[in-house]
Design a binder for this molecule. Structure first.
Ligand code: ARG
Length: 306
């Protein structure tokens, strides 16, 4: 190598060092204002990642409902609670565990709203909460279903059709289904120290696949032997998963639904539970709406005025 070459090399090194110093300086300057939760929340509006999903555009799923809990605090954020679906003008389907401890006056439902903090859509009170008579959280998570009768009409929304009794077309292993909500966007491993969950402003959806019943039972057999609320009963529950995709905390009560060949929506499940979120070997578990007792409960709740 020539002297000259080495000189250039040294110059190059010097230049690299200067650039590196400037870049490092910029990074250091950025670190104190780089709050990861704030960054994730900002990214949320542009990036397609919930636990694996994407933002739902305004007006796409008009049957989606947010169940707010007024007992949780005064701010909109504090009241963020569960998802739900409009199954008739005056009725919202949700999970029993979302509403079992509350009175109708503690709940408020917003429909036809995509951005949680916006004032779009219609906000209505709840007149009556009906919970499946077999729901017993001390024993298991079975029959995790409730029907809310609204105080007013969810006028601007459109209903979703609840699957028929024993109509298992959309629950066959490998069938694609979707789940939507305002729940946490981070995969969660319950065993490790997780960073705080991030709750999006925009509604998100993710595609998952129906999981074989026996597979899901065995996936949860071990953890369920320690925590009975995590046991899977395939008659009353159905499971769905996909790699790095899942519903999560705050999505509870929201619909698991299929898109039919003619583009209509059929609800087959209600977000119920999971071990962590998007954990390998732990599918999301949903209330099975094709179960005859669950299906009859929903139809009955919609038919009786009281
Ligand atoms: N129980 C949760 C809720 O109240 C829903 C959890 C769903 N978890 C899952 N991994 N799919 O919001």
């Amino acid at each position: 190598m020539s002297k000259n070459g080495r000189g250039l090399g040294r110059l190059g090194l010097l230049a690299t060092l200067i650039v590196a110093t400037i870049v490092a300086g910029m990074l250091i300057a950025l670190v104190p204002i780089a709050d990861p939760a704030a960054q994730a929340a900002a990214r949320d509006d542009v990036q397609s990642r919930i636990v694996g999903g994407s933002i739902v555009p305004d007006g796409k799923y008009r049957f989606m409902a947010v169940v707010m809990n007024l007992d949780r605090g005064r701010s909109r954020e504090a009241r963020r609670w569960c998802g739900g679906s409009v199954i008739a003008r005056r009725y919202v389907l949700t999970a029993a565990h979302c509403v079992v401890d509350y009175r109708p006056s503690s709940l408020r439902v917003a429909v036809d709203r995509t951005r949680y903090k916006s004032n779009r859509g219609v906000t209505v009170g709840v007149k009556r909460i009906r919970i499946h008579p077999n729901y017993n959280p001390m024993q298991s998570s079975q029959y995790d279903v409730a029907v809310l009768r609204l105080d007013g009409k969810a006028r601007r929304s459109r209903n979703i059709r609840v699957v028929g009794v024993n109509d298992t077309r959309f629950e066959q292993t490998g069938q694609p289904v979707r789940v939507a909500g305002w729940g946490g966007v981070r995969a969660q491993d319950p065993l490790s120290l997780v960073p705080p969950q991030v709750y999006p402003n925009a509604m998100r959806e993710v595609g998952v696949l129906a999981v074989d019943n026996a597979q899901c039972v065995s996936d949860y057999a071990s953890i369920g032997s320690q925590y009975p609320s995590l046991l899977v009963y395939p008659e009353t529950m159905l499971c769905a998963s996909a790699p790095r995709a899942d519903s999560c905390q705050g999505d509870s009560g929201g619909p698991l639904f299929a898109v039919t060949p003619n583009g209509s929506y059929v609800q087959v499940g209600i977000v119920s539970f999971g071990y962590g979120c998007a954990q390998n070997g732990y599918p999301g578990v949903y209330t099975r709406l094709s179960n005859p007792s669950i299906n009859a409960f929903i139809r009955d709740a919609m038919a009786t005025k009281r």
